[in-house]
Ligand binder design. Structure first.
Ligand code: SAM
Length: 329
């Protein structure tokens, strides 16, 4: 099936730790050709070209103009791309959309820009991935292993950055294909637990941030069912003690879900440390400090539960500060 396939002619840099080949049920994919240690770089890739517009603005016209400016060898590479490894794309824009990544740095409020990345676009999706969604540095995107990957294993990443808070059905609706990773295999105890954990993660996020995964308040009560609790979350009136417990519960569920990789840990840990620093009551501070000294997340939680129901002199200040940062109306 794969002999003579155009992907054999895709240019790959020397020394990359994977090969492209068919992935049953998923078109083509990238498979490790040697063991890749957790934390190590898998691939850094420069875009073939960049379009400085948001996804919704890009049309066939923009892609065609960009294509016309390419060198002949680059044009030939673009024309090798296939719709999920089989048929030709029906339009220039479809080929671009399926093979591009947003390279704008959202932390710096940069305007959206999308680059064409023929190799990273061969990585398939998993809701329990073994590599990190590619990180952006200037125009270059890079992927890293988030756990040890054995030779022969398919390399995948999670296509959507908020899937840790979404159930199987919600994920499949967003993806528009059916993933068959362990968290998606229907009828298994792990899958049922996984849905429950991800629902809880979403609820905990709502309680801590007062908004849902999309940054909006929920008009219904589908995430937080209790109206009083929903109101307390949305007015940032959750106590510091509860905030610490919710944050630790989130870490624990992420770990149980197999999603607490080094990148996620590094992203979430600083706000946990900040929460501990904010306590003004000496006894609260010392319980929180003791909790954080424990090695395992479950142990940290066990200690932090001592704080359950406790108020702190800093609670109101934190509420006010959050209200200033994110006005209520
Ligand atoms: C960017 S491409 C990935 C590479 C693609 N498989 C190929 O052959 O070029 C994304 C497409 O791959 C397929 N795909 C990716 N991950 C998948 C998964 N876990 N299960 C089924 N199909 C998947 C879907 O058709 C998706 O639209």
């Amino acid at each position: 099936m794969s002999a003579g396939h155009p992907y054999h002619r895709l240019e790959v840099p020397d020394g990359i730790p994977f090969e492209l080949k068919p992935s049953p049920g998923k078109g083509w994919g990238a498979f490790a050709t040697r063991r890749i240690d957790r934390g190590s770089l898998i691939l850094s890739e420069r875009p073939t070209f960049v379009i400085q517009r948001s996804h919704t603005e890009i049309t066939d016209y923009h892609v065609t103009i960009a294509f016309q400016q390419l060198l002949p060898i680059q044009k030939a590479q673009f024309l090798l791309l296939r719709d999920n490894g089989s048929g030709c794309f029906t339009s220039m824009n479809e080929a671009f959309a399926e093979n591009s990544f947003n390279i704008a740095n959202s932390d710096h409020d940069e305007p959206e820009a999308h680059g064409l990345f023929p190799l990273h676009s061969r990585f398939n999706h998993s809701c329990m991935p073994n590599s990190k969604i590619p990180t952006v540095g200037g125009e270059v995107i890079s992927s890293f292993a988030i756990r040890d990957i054995d030779a022969g294993e398919e390399i995948n990443f999670c296509y959507n950055p908020d899937f840790e808070g979404r159930t199987r059905d919600e994920r499949h609706q967003a993806l528009r294909f059916t993933c068959d990773c362990v968290a998606c295999l229907p009828g298994t105890p792990f899958q049922q637990l996984s849905d429950m954990r991800r629902r809880l993660i979403r609820g905990l996020q709502y309680l801590m941030h007062g908004v849902d995964l999309d940054g909006q308040r929920q008009s219904s009560h589908s995430v937080i069912f209790d109206s009083t609790l929903k109101f307390v979350a949305e007015t940032f009136s959750i106590t510091l003690s509860s905030r610490l417990i919710y944050a630790l519960l989130t870490m624990f569920f992420l770990e149980e879900e197999g999603l607490l990789d080094d990148f996620m840990d590094a992203r979430l840990r600083p706000s946990l440390a900040q929460t501990v620093e904010l306590f003004k009551s000496e006894s609260n501070k010392s319980i929180a400090g003791l909790a954080m000294e424990q090695k395992a997340w479950v142990k940290k939680l066990e200690v932090a539960f001592e704080l359950y129901g406790r108020e702190d002199p800093a609670d109101y200040e934190v509420t006010l500060a959050l209200r200033q940062l994110r006005p209520l109306f």
